[in-house]
Design a protein around this ligand. Structure first.
Ligand SMILES: [Zn+2]
Length: 338
């Protein structure tokens, strides 16, 4: 059983390529955070090493189990957190890639394939990425390298072009809710709420279920965005400065904040269009309606366009503070004019 949920067609293709021995030696799995990229990479590692001849990955043979438990000697995950000093570092360095190169040339130790997973491949230093390029150009037999990224454009084009690309998009929100009810015995109302907040990212919904603080943090984010959407300009500028600072230390968190804006304004668009049943933030319907009554759909569309623009610009290393201030200036003022 592949553990990745949804994405049936993609799994079918991969499954066939593993069975027929036509798999690639390098994959790039792209998609938003917590959408299932790491799950898919481990699925692939299990499928490649599984001992079952029927259902690969079977999930129950020693190979599958050791990979799932993170104990398999031939499956290695590199990420910012994979080193003890992880919390403070911002790069995956060349020394780690050299280690990968060294191990890649050794025969698998307990399985049939060595699988190296670089989770957050956009964090590789340029030197590290260039070193990895050599391995990607001439991958040893029995080695598969899987790069995971939520910021594809931050990767070297030369690295991207050496990989077979797989894209994971968010699942439909009702499918996330169904999974939580069926596999995590979640109450329907909580499942629906978390699924909406996850925007179809099952990993996020599961973490929020296990760690209620995450939902609380999200709730605070939404309240701030709701307040600032009608707030004074100096409060908005202070916020822009804060997110810009955050962007230097924790890009994922900064992007998550902008995604909260995007969800909020998407909801405003739905409310102005009279499609209330599809909003993400049902609990905030009163504020949404109050704000929507001051706006027309053209104004809302412009803000959404500007938000998407700024998200792109930040990926392309624009000056975050400037980009965010422009965004804040472009928000319609409280009276409804812009
Ligand atoms: Zn197995």
């Amino acid at each position: 059983m592949w553990k990745l949920q949804g994405h049936g067609a993609l799994i079918q293709r991969l499954d066939r390529s593993v069975r027929e021995g036509r798999y690639a030696h390098a994959y790039l799995i792209a998609g938003p955070s917590q959408v299932g990229k790491a799950t898919l990479a481990l699925d692939l590692a299990r499928a490649l090493n599984c001992r079952s001849r029927e259902e690969m990955p079977c999930g129950t043979c020693t190979q599958c189990q050791r990979i799932s438990a993170g104990q398999h000697a031939d499956v290695r995950v590199l990420s910012l957190e994979s080193r003890p000093e992880g919390a403070s570092r911002t790069e995956i360095g060349i020394d780690e890639i050299r280690e990968v190169q060294h191990q890649a040339n050794l025969k698998p130790y307990e399985g049939s394939h060595r699988v190296f997973i670089v989770d957050g491949a956009e964090h590789m230093s340029e030197q590290a990425a260039n070193a990895l390029l050599k391995t990607l150009e001439e991958p040893p037999q029995q080695v598969v390298i899987v790069l995971l990224t939520s910021e594809e454009s931050a990767l070297l084009a030369t690295v991207r072009s050496r990989c077979r690309r797989l894209e994971l998009r968010p699942m439909a929100v009702p499918l996330v809710a169904r999974f939580l009810v069926e596999h995590r015995s979640t109450e329907q109302s909580q499942a629906d709420r978390l699924a909406r907040l996850s925007m179809g990212r099952l990993g996020w919904a599961i973490s929020a279920l296990e760690e209620p603080a995450l939902e609380e943090e999200h709730r605070k984010d939404v309240e701030r965005v709701a307040g600032l959407s009608t707030g004074e300009l100096d409060a908005r500028f202070a916020y822009a400065a804060e997110i810009a600072t955050q962007h230097f230390g924790n890009r994922a968190r900064a992007r998550e904040s902008l995604n909260t804006w995007l969800r909020w304004w998407r909801d405003l668009l739905l409310v102005t269009a009279g499609a209330r049943e599809f909003v993400y933030h049902e609990e905030w319907m009163e504020s949404l309606e109050a704000q929507a009554s001051q706006l027309n759909s053209r104004q809302v569309t412009e803000v959404i366009r500007s938000l998407l623009d700024k998200l792109d610009a930040l990926e392309d290393n624009a000056n975050p503070r400037l980009a965010l201030e422009v965004l804040m200036l472009g928000l319609p003022s409280q009276s409804g004019g812009s």
